[in-house]
Design a protein around this ligand. Structure first.
Ligand code: GDR
Length: 360
């Protein structure tokens, strides 16, 4: 069914864009990706047709849609850091909120003018729930965002529902709870921890400095979660889906699991607290119930938190040993294993994922 279909992924150079592009290419799609900067495209996006523009540039988006007419649009472009969103609240509202409104408006216009009606996926987030009383959270839980980021995602979420109901667009929200991988940037707590643990295990440093250790998150695997995104656009009609594991762990638990993965028995000798990493308001717990996704999409998480953490730590050990920050081999546990024995001198030449720059 996917043969000869075209997908557009906005924000393709982020963690989810990279994993999703791979899934869609494997399914036979032609994949077009936009990013405000293409600096990070190598070595992850081979096979993707890349276009650089800011998601706020509606003219560029209009021209792209008119020219390429993708069948499916995955709107992943966003400022994704909750912690930094207080420092750039207005920009976050523009990029994560207003851009979605403009894109939905454009879709209505294109349908009315040209009869062109692509399916639309909006990257919503568990951050829309924030302080919501209901635990676990599902598609019916009322929103109570706790940051400019969460608020912008809530705005875009409601608009996506509203444009579906007002204009009959096939538009849906994927309400993804935290999902991690070795290509998660280190501004997020998980990768900050796994990188530090790898370096501590190799004697390259001694400490990691963190903020709130009591926050609890429902953490899954990015590689798992992008499969659900692709499924959401293959349904008979559009609806919103929570994607979560249903298991919760604290930052403290995450630290313990990561140190355990390298056999260090006293993690707390290596952890410092700095109030600079506390947020003006935090979300004490996210906990999702993905029953709808399980029954309608046949989706369920395949990878446990322990496995995700082990994979991330392993990739960070290879990074620390070889000094090579970006390698396609880091994306999956079997290919990171291939890279484990490599040295700085041999990595680029012998790593099957780096050699010739392609590992399909
Ligand atoms: P989150 O992810 O805000 O849940 O959003 P993040 O990893 O940034 O924070 C998780 C929790 O860890 C606490 N924390 C720290 N956080 C960071 N970044 N750095 C620290 O040093 C630190 N110490 C403790 C935080 O206070 C927080 O409670 C992620 C993003 O990917 C969003 O884009 C996405 O929508 C949601 O997940 C679902």
């Amino acid at each position: 069914m996917a043969a000869h279909r075209t997908a557009l992924i906005t924000g393709v150079a982020g963690q989810d864009g990279i994993y999703l592009a791979r899934v869609l290419l494997e399914r036979g799609y032609r994949v077009i990706g936009t990013s405000f900067s293409l600096a990070r495209h190598f070595p992850y996006l081979q096979g993707v047709e890349l276009i650089a523009f800011d998601i706020r540039n509606t003219d560029a988006m209009s021209e792209l849609l008119r020219r390429e007419r993708p069948d499916e649009i995955y709107n992943l472009a966003a400022i994704s850091s909750v912690g930094q969103s207080w420092q750039m609240a207005e920009k976050v509202a523009e990029v994560n909120g207003m851009s979605v409104l403009r894109l939905l408006e454009l879709l209505v216009r294109l349908r009315d003018d040209l009869g062109y009606a692509p399916r639309f996926y909006q990257a919503s987030s568990s951050e829309i729930y924030g302080m919501a009383d209901q635990q676990p959270q599902d598609e019916r839980t009322p929103h109570y965002p706790r940051s400019p980021y969460g608020t912008s995602k809530s705005f875009a979420h409601h608009l996506t529902v509203n444009y579906r109901e007002s204009y009959g667009l096939y538009a849906c929200n994927g309400i993804l709870f935290n999902h991690e991988s070795p290509i998660r940037p280190a501004r997020f707590v998980t990768r900050k921890i796994t990188r530090a643990v790898a370096e501590i295990s190799l004697g390259m440093r001694d400490q990691v400095t963190l903020g709130n250790l009591d926050a609890r998150r429902d953490w899954g695997s990015a590689a798992d979660y992008v499969e659900a995104m692709a499924e959401m656009l293959q349904q008979e009609s559009a609806q919103d889906f929570v994607i979560a594991t249903g298991e919760v762990a604290s930052i403290r638990d995450f630290v313990a699991i990561a140190f355990e993965a390298v056999g260090i028995e006293d993690p707390w000798a290596h952890v410092e607290f700095d109030a600079a990493y506390l947020r003006p308001a935090d979300v004490p717990q996210t906990w999702g119930r993905a029953d709808r996704a399980r029954s309608a999409l046949g989706w369920g998480p395949k990878v446990s938190l322990r496995e995700v953490v082990a994979h991330m730590v392993q990739a960070d050990i290879v990074r620390a040993k070889t000094g090579i920050e970006e390698c396609r081999g880091y994306m999956f546990p079997n290919t990171v294993n291939d890279a484990l024995g490599l040295t700085p001198a041999t990595h680029r030449h012998e790593c099957p994922s780096c050699a010739a720059g392609v590992a399909n």
